[in-house]
Write a protein of this length. Structure first.
Length: 125
């Protein structure tokens, strides 16, 4: 089952996303392997956990989502990076793909987030 690392500075958001993914795991085929509250913590967790996906917020303390995505892509090139943020309009698709972000999804629809993750799983089939 593909694994997801959830990265968001809001504990409430991480909890909501984790709960949703756990409840929908039969449908999505995804499991949550860990959480991180900022980019630096995400990098440390990702090196240990080797997730298939990193679901990451754009605006975070210590390292933002763009900086974190760039480092993660260098360290774990096969890991899919999904930007899940309220600020998706601030990042263009060119910048997103340049730093290794595979998919940009606005926060607000957990269903859209799950569909986006599933679409990336099927790209590898």
């Amino acid at each position: 089952m593909p694994s997801v690392l959830i990265v968001d500075d809001s504990a409430a958001v991480r909890d909501i996303v984790r709960t949703f993914l756990e409840l929908a795991s039969e449908k999505t085929g995804l499991t949550v392997c860990g959480e991180a509250a900022n980019g630096l913590e995400a990098i440390k967790q990702a090196e240990i956990l080797k997730p298939d996906f990193v679901l990451i917020d754009l605006r975070m303390p210590v390292m933002n989502g763009i900086e974190t995505a760039a480092v993660l892509k260098r360290l774990l090139p096969k890991t899919h990076i999904v930007l899940f943020s309220n600020y998706t309009s601030e990042i263009g698709t060119t910048l997103a793909s340049a730093v290794g972000i595979d998919l940009v999804i606005p926060k607000g629809s957990l269903g859209d987030m799950a569909q986006g993750l599933k679409s990336l799983i099927h790209q590898n089939d």
